[in-house]
Design a protein around this ligand. Structure first.
Ligand SMILES: Cc1cc2nc3c(=O)[nH]c(=O)nc-3n(C[C@H](O)[C@H](O)[C@H](O)COP(=O)(O)OP(=O)(O)OC[C@H]3O[C@@H](n4cnc5c(N)ncnc54)[C@H](O)[C@@H]3O)c2cc1C
Length: 403
């Protein structure tokens, strides 16, 4: 296949793998350069909302996701110091019906990554190079010249139609090829842990997600019954920027005063891992024959559980547009026009959630009254703009009808 039908991708995370699959379905040759030596996803859960699921279904992954995921009945919302929920968000069958049969699910990140990876194996036109130490990119005007350097292996030269950075929040494609900025530290740290489902005992219902709002923290707990485990994410505030190498301690006193949360935390025997949260806001998603997507373009706080979902949406649409527009400037321009406002709106919503989830009295009293006054259905309907979205924007996606 010639350079005009070849796409080079940096990063085999969720965005990179989804993009590769979608492009391969459109007949492109795809080469992915991944720094790790294998597909590696951190051991934690993630929520896959209907908008992301639509893309995964289009890529033929519906059965695989169903087999590895769980559809929670809803989300119970607790406020600090109370052991009964103040409100409920309806998911389960209600969400499925509302979004034309597309469910709201939770799954282990590694399972999603593995299912995407497994799907790429069915395509001889996808090649994944592991152990990449450096990708040198030169924009030739009508194509890109790429040199992929690997640990202990000869360098891999490539001429491609475009170079796509799916290399995450610390994207070198953004900082080097697009002269973009470094990510901004948010002031929050997410602590993640998993434990055996039976250790949860009767502390929480096992058919749903539980969300706890505290004064300067929040916690999300959901079951992953396919793995007999449950997933916990605790978010606390840390004023100072943290680097990956720092290992802060969970020192939140108000959290410890909540007996239910203390019991949940005590039920976890594995160590917590700390994830300082960074975000990226940039107008420059492409230049010449180079573009970025996913966290590289718009890393966001995970408080609306949409970072990966936006990456998946990005990828499905980018492949669809690259397949229909032969000129990269036109294709990337069209893609950014369709994606930027939406990703920014979701970023802003995630940021706002951080403020709302961590409110202290008296503001939290007003918040609680408003939230408790809404029906379980209304809580979901409010988010239709995220979940009911057509990720292909009316275009024919990568799953063309059978001939
Ligand atoms: C606590 C927490 C909870 C979350 N929960 C959810 C959720 O429930 N739902 C949801 O939708 N999202 C969630 N997210 C967000 C989600 O994890 C990210 O948005 C998503 O993983 C981004 O995917 P990506 O492929 O763009 O980037 P990444 O997953 O970071 O992948 C980037 C890939 O590029 C590789 N790479 C990086 N640099 C290079 C290089 N120079 N050369 C080669 N390879 C490179 C990396 O090794 C990696 O494989 C959560 C995030 C956090 C922190």
């Amino acid at each position: 296949m010639g350079p005009e039908k070849t796409i080079s991708i940096n990063g085999a995370g969720i965005a990179g793998l989804t993009l590769a699959l979608a492009l391969a379905k459109f007949g492109f040759r795809v080469v992915i350069a991944e720094q790790h030596h294998e597909i590696s996803e951190f051991g934690a859960g993630m929520q896959i909302s209907p908008n992301a699921r639509r893309v995964l279904t289009e890529l033929g992954l519906d059965d695989a996701i169903t087999a590895h995921s769980f559809e929670p009945e809803g989300i119970d919302i607790y406020r600090h110091g109370k052991s009964d929920p103040i409100s409920h968000v309806k998911l389960g069958q209600f969400a499925k019906q509302r979004y034309q049969g597309t469910p709201y699910a939770v799954m282990h990140r590694a399972d999603l990554a593995q299912q995407l990876y497994k799907a790429t194996k069915a395509f001889p036109n996808i090649e994944i190079l592991f152990g990449v130490t450096k990708t040198r990119v030169e924009d030739l005007g009508d194509a890109v010249s790429v040199m992929i350097e690997r640990e202990g292996k000869p360098s891999y030269p490539l001429t491609a139609r475009a170079q796509i950075g799916a290399d995450g929040v610390r994207s070198v494609t953004r900082t080097e090829s697009l002269s973009g900025q470094r990510p901004q530290y948010s002031g929050y740290v997410a602590w993640r842990a998993m434990a055996d489902l039976e250790q949860l005992g009767n502390l929480l219902p096992k058919d749903r997600t539980s969300l706890f709002w505290g004064t300067d923290y929040h916690m999300v707990v959901y079951p992953l019954p396919q793995r007999d485990q449950f997933n916990v994410v605790l978010v606390t505030e840390f004023a100072l920027p943290l680097e990956d190498s720092d290992t802060p301690e969970i020192s939140n006193k108000s959290l410890r005063k909540n007996s239910k949360l203390s019991a949940i935390m005590e039920s976890i025997s594995d160590p917590w891992t700390a994830w300082p949260l960074f975000s990226v806001k940039t107008e420059t998603w492409h230049k010449g024959n180079v573009a970025i997507l996913g966290d590289a373009a718009h890393a966001m706080l995970p408080f609306q559980a949409q970072g990966a979902a936006m990456s998946i949406e990005d990828a499905g649409l980018m492949a669809t547009i690259l397949a229909s527009e032969t000129d990269n400037a036109t294709a990337f321009g069209k893609w950014q026009n369709l994606r930027h406002a939406r990703a920014t709106k979701v970023q802003d919503q995630s940021q706002k959630n951080g403020f709302v989830f961590h409110m202290s009295p008296p503001l939290s009293w007003g918040r609680d009254a408003v939230v408790a006054g809404k029906s379980a259905e209304a809580h979901l309907e409010r988010l239709d703009w995220i979940y009911a979205h057509d990720p292909f924007e009316g275009m024919v996606g990568p799953n063309p009808p059978e001939e």
